[in-house]
Design a protein around this ligand. Structure first.
Ligand code: NAP
Length: 240
């Protein structure tokens, strides 16, 4: 490979939850690899800050506000993305929140609904809209699950339920996507150093960098030929 070759040159990528943490790292990494990135979250000004950084580095991006819980917002995000760049190659359904840290028996129905709406309904709406837009030309759909979507953890029950659900949705969509050349994968990270940790009351000494997850996303977005990665589990080396 030539040293100057960029891995995602001219690809068009939508990233939800890109104002912070893992989504922001993916947006920045994708743009540095040559993708034109649609940076999205509820908070437009924080997305615009990410786009300013993209543009300072002479790369291409646009900020669009979208609350993934709202069907009209998600449709609007994809309409705007297509009118801005003409199509969509890669979608990262990344937006998510913590489910707090409590035993299941202590949770209220309101808390359950809140985390479901963002982490599962939000991923469903994003993935469905992406799939509809990708049916003609194919594409890569990457859903953000978690290690908590592979194994259960005490006091993380609501979050685990949503992240197992994301993997189920991804596996079903991978089957449906075959005939349309839509590759569907999930990323299942262990603990990553982002603001969500404080919200979930998670304390570990050696969280991963969001850049490690951005590397995984680039790898998945580069899948070619007759191959498809279903789940990519990214664990911490040092479990302290
Ligand atoms: N950090 C970890 O250890 C870890 C491990 C495994 C998986 N994950 C997953 O990785 C994803 C990103 O989390 P993170 O760790 O990067 O946390 P973060 O820094 O808190 O980022 C969460 C992002 O989601 C956005 N968001 C939240 N609710 C939204 C909504 N209704 N509509 C649109 N955007 C929304 C937030 O933006 P606004 O507030 O601007 O809307 C923010 O950009 C999540 O799905 C999380 O579950 C994280």
């Amino acid at each position: 490979m030539k040293e100057t070759e960029r891995l995602l040159e001219n690809k068009i990528a939508v990233v939800t939850g890109a104002s912070s943490g893992i989504g922001k790292a993916i947006a920045l990494r994708f743009s540095s690899e040559g993708a034109r990135v649609i940076v999205s979250s509820r908070n437009l000004s924080r997305c615009e800050e990410v786009v300013e950084k993209i543009q300072r580095d002479n790369n291409v991006g646009v900020a669009i506000s979208c609350d993934v819980r709202k069907e009209e917002d998600v449709k609007g995000l994809f309409d705007q993305a297509v009118s801005e760049y003409g199509g969509i190659d890669i979608v990262i359904a990344n937006a998510g929140i913590s489910g707090g840290s409590k035993m299941i028996e202590e949770h209220t129905i309101e808390e359950w609904n809140q985390v479901m709406e963002t982490n599962l309904t939000g991923v469903f709406l994003t993935a469905r809209e992406a799939y509809r837009r990708m049916k003609k030309c194919g594409g890569h759909l990457i859903l953000m699950s978690s290690q908590a979507g592979v194994e259960g953890y005490a006091k993380k029950g609501l979050y685990c339920a949503t992240k197992f659900g994301v993997r189920g949705l991804g596996h079903a969509m991978a089957e449906e996507g075959r005939e349309h050349k839509i590759i569907v994968s999930t990323i299942c990270p262990g603990t990553v150093d982002t603001p969500i940790l404080a919200a979930s009351n998670t304390k570990v000494k050696h969280p991963m960098s969001p850049d490690a997850i951005a590397d995984a996303a680039v790898y998945l977005a580069r899948q070619r030929g007759n191959s498809m990665v279903r789940d990519l589990i990214v664990e911490r080396m040092n479990l302290g």
